[in-house]
Unconditional design. Structure first.
Length: 247
């Protein structure tokens, strides 16, 4: 039977390990943290086919820098540690957070959306790389909330998900709406021109009615950082560790 002393020691060790992990991940940038979480996820939970191949190659230096690996024990499997729960939470969330777009018919306003595959989740496609299927830009990315209708388990479902795209692809996303707006605006201008002409011709005492068309405003709202949707585990610093991971 475990003595009180060794029990105390084990609680202390666990806390120290958690603290060490937190300090370590907070020092990483978002992409390195992503890699770290997913590598740890695979270490803890395993995979039939290791998707690690999809990740950029780890150098010896990466391993050294990590400085610290977990030794999996039977007890860990039965009672997942804080670190295990953290990376699982991250991993699970990734699948229903971002989507991938097929923009091949963007001119007609049709944007196809689908969930990411595991390989894409692992490599960061649609999160750290443009979510347009055929674009691999990694700079100037913005996150947009899009309404995604999909079919799952015999049901039609709808969800507001994030689509991360580069500037050029963002234009494709709003291409049709933008064109329609431009058309509408030029039509209005024409009408106004005609009206003014007519007014001048007919009488002058009618006040000038100003058209207050709103200026070009992007419909797509920038997705807000949603790192606090599950309050139940807040006290365990999960959210702090995942901060900035879901822009
Ligand atoms: Zn793009």
């Amino acid at each position: 039977m475990a003595s009180f002393g060794s029990l105390k020691q084990s609680i202390f060790d666990k806390e120290a390990r958690k603290q060490q992990y937190q300090d370590y991940v907070r020092g990483l940038n978002a992409f390195d943290r992503h890699k770290k979480f997913l590598n740890d996820y695979i270490d803890y939970y395993g995979k039939q086919k290791s998707p690690r191949e999809a990740l950029p190659i780890r150098t010896d230096q990466d391993t050294l820098r990590e400085g610290y690996r977990f030794i999996r024990t039977e007890e860990d499997d039965k009672y997942p540690s804080w670190e295990q729960r953290l990376v699982k939470r991250y991993y699970d969330k990734l699948f229903k957070e971002y989507c991938i777009a097929d923009m091949s018919q963007y001119k007609t306003g049709k944007i196809g959306l689908r969930w990411r595959t595991e390989k894409e989740v692992m490599s960061g496609k649609g999160q750290f790389e443009c979510g347009n299927k055929h674009c691999n830009k990694r700079d100037g990315l913005s996150s947009y909330e899009v309404n995604f209708s999909y079919f799952e388990a015999g049901e039609n479902k709808q969800a507001l998900v994030k689509l991360v795209v580069c500037e050029r692809c963002a234009e494709k996303l709003y291409y049709k709406k933008q064109k329609e707006k431009e058309k509408e605006e030029s039509k209005l201008k024409e009408t106004e021109k005609h009206r003014k002409k007519r007014d001048r011709n007919e009488s002058d005492d009618e006040g000038d009615i100003a058209y207050s068309r709103s200026k070009d405003r992007r419909k797509g709202k920038k997705a807000s950082i949603s790192n606090a949707d599950d309050k139940t585990e807040d006290d365990e610093n999960f959210d702090e560790c995942l901060e900035g991971m879901f822009p």
